[in-house]
Write a protein that binds this ligand. Structure first.
Ligand code: PLP
Length: 443
């Protein structure tokens, strides 16, 4: 008999290889949450932490909301799992119908996935399938954007533009990237959408000219980039992308994994900003983060071409996941939509936005703060990096914030805030007051 390894006995945090985490540093000094309710997390020793990030941009209705909890509990007893390959169960159809009615324009069909990354890779494959169905076999090129984040599948990292996520991995061939639109010299401390940067959408015309429209399947962007540190679309930019893609037969995909479900004051950023894509990916707030689920909203034209117009009687699209339309996720999704609707949370986000904007822009003038940006109930506060250690200053803010009882998120030297939409004005004040004190204390 062999003795268990000393490592196993010594440290029960060790076996979990944590995602996007400095594992060694975390395990030396862990930060754990044991429970959550409404606007707060609670640590194992019972300390409350005000959630300034809706978990990871997902708990838009607040934590452990009773109607969602009960719907999941009920569903687990009624039907725990059912396949959706050549079979089905009612709730997946119900959620797809409801989403199809709520999504903007003619995005009236829904393909389910298990996460945002899966939704993105599904959308990219749907784009290829559409172009093939239309007879455009050569439209295999994809265009993303620098600093874009589209999850961690190979499709997502290929069209994504965050170097750390791409470096060291093979990516798809035939992918180009538009420039990102962040420019502190031109637009620092803008409230809402900057007026500078519209011209960057015209890079798409240049890429089309150099490759030929007949080689390009789709363009994918986040309407507002979140993970790269809150990059707000310039006025007219998304409209311009829409106009150019439509003119050239290129599909436009909006990745709304974080901008969906009220973050921008409407179901989608597409609706809030008045630009409708051909495909729209979402996840996170779809189930209030309570059960993993992703989805692709698909236009009538795309569904018609790939499915209704398929040549033979068999499977039209060779793609799907064991958990596509999972019963617990579908139940959570339906209950979440009920909560958003019955509590008017999207309207609430719209009402809160001016107050939020004033609050976050009050941080202008604090030491190290070189930009504050916002859109909807999102803010990015950018700090000047330390000369010798980019990212270290914001990381210190994150650690101090956790110790002080507020949850913020940092990417490089940007502090990102995206609270649940149930946040009160007093809680906005608390979040910003505490953050202000912490920024002042950080060297
Ligand atoms: N797309 C965007 C815009 C995201 O922000 C994220 C996650 O933050 C993803 C895709 C990936 O989602 P997931 O982590 O659920 O795979």
């Amino acid at each position: 008999m062999t003795a268990p390894s000393a490592g196993k006995a010594a440290n029960d945090l060790d076996p979990f290889w944590m995602p996007f985490t400095a594992n060694r540093a975390f395990k030396a000094q862990p930060r754990l949450f044991a429970s959550a309710r409404d606007m707060h997390y609670f640590t194992p020793d019972g300390r409350a932490v005000l959630d300034g990030t809706a978990g990871l941009w997902c708990v838009n209705a607040g934590h452990a909301r009773k109607p969602i909890v009960e719907a999941i509990q009920r569903q687990a007893e009624i039907l725990d799992y059912a396949p959706t390959f050549q079979l089905g169960h009612p709730l997946a159809f119900e959620l797809a119908s409801r989403l199809g009615m709520l999504l903007p324009g003619d995005l009236n069909h829904v393909f389910f996935a298990g996460s945002g990354s899966e939704a993105v890779d599904s959308a990219l494959k749907i784009a290829f399938a559409y172009q093939r169905a239309k007879g455009f076999e050569n439209r295999t090129r994809l265009i993303g954007r620098q600093k874009g984040y589209h999850g961690v599948g190979f499709g997502g990292i290929s069209v994504g533009g965050l170097e750390n996520n791409r470096r060291g991995f093979p990516t798809l061939p035939g992918v180009d990237h538009l420039s990102h639109t962040l420019n502190l010299d031109e637009a620092a401390f803008t409230r809402g959408q900057p007026t500078w940067g519209l011209h960057l959408a015209d890079e798409l015309e240049a890429l089309i000219a150099s490759h030929g429209a007949e080689t390009i399947a789709a363009v994918i962007v986040e309407p507002m980039s979140g993970s790269a540190g809150v990059i707000v679309p310039p006025v007219g930019y998304l409209e311009r992308l829409r106009e150019i893609t439509a003119r050239h037969g290129i599909l436009l995909i909006f990745d709304e994994v974080i901008t969906g479900f009220g973050r921008m004051g409407a179901l989608t950023a597409s609706e809030a900003l008045g630009v409708t894509p051909d495909l729209l990916t979402c996840a996170k707030g779809l189930t209030n983060g309570a059960v993993p689920m992703g989805a692709v909203g698909v236009s009538a034209a795309v569904y018609q071409s790939v499915v209704e117009g398929a040549a033979g009687p068999g499977i039209e699209f060779f793609h799907g996941y064991t958990y596509s339309g999972h019963p617990l996720a579908a139940a959570a999704g339906l209950a979440t939509l009920d909560v958003y609707e019955s509590e008017g949370l999207f309207e609430r986000a719209t009402e809160l936005t001016p107050y939020w904007q004033d609050a976050v822009h009050s941080l202008k003038g604090l030491p190290h703060v070189i930009d504050v940006r916002d859109l909807g109930l999102v803010a990015g506060i950018e700090l000047a990096p330390r000369a010798d250690a980019p990212g270290a200053r914001a990381t210190e803010v994150f650690h101090r914030a956790f110790d002080d009882g507020i949850l913020v998120r940092v990417t490089a030297d940007v502090i990102a805030l995206s609270p649940p939409l149930i946040i009160s004005r007093a809680q906005i004040d608390e979040l910003i007051d505490r953050l202000s004190t912490i920024i002042k204390q950080t060297s």
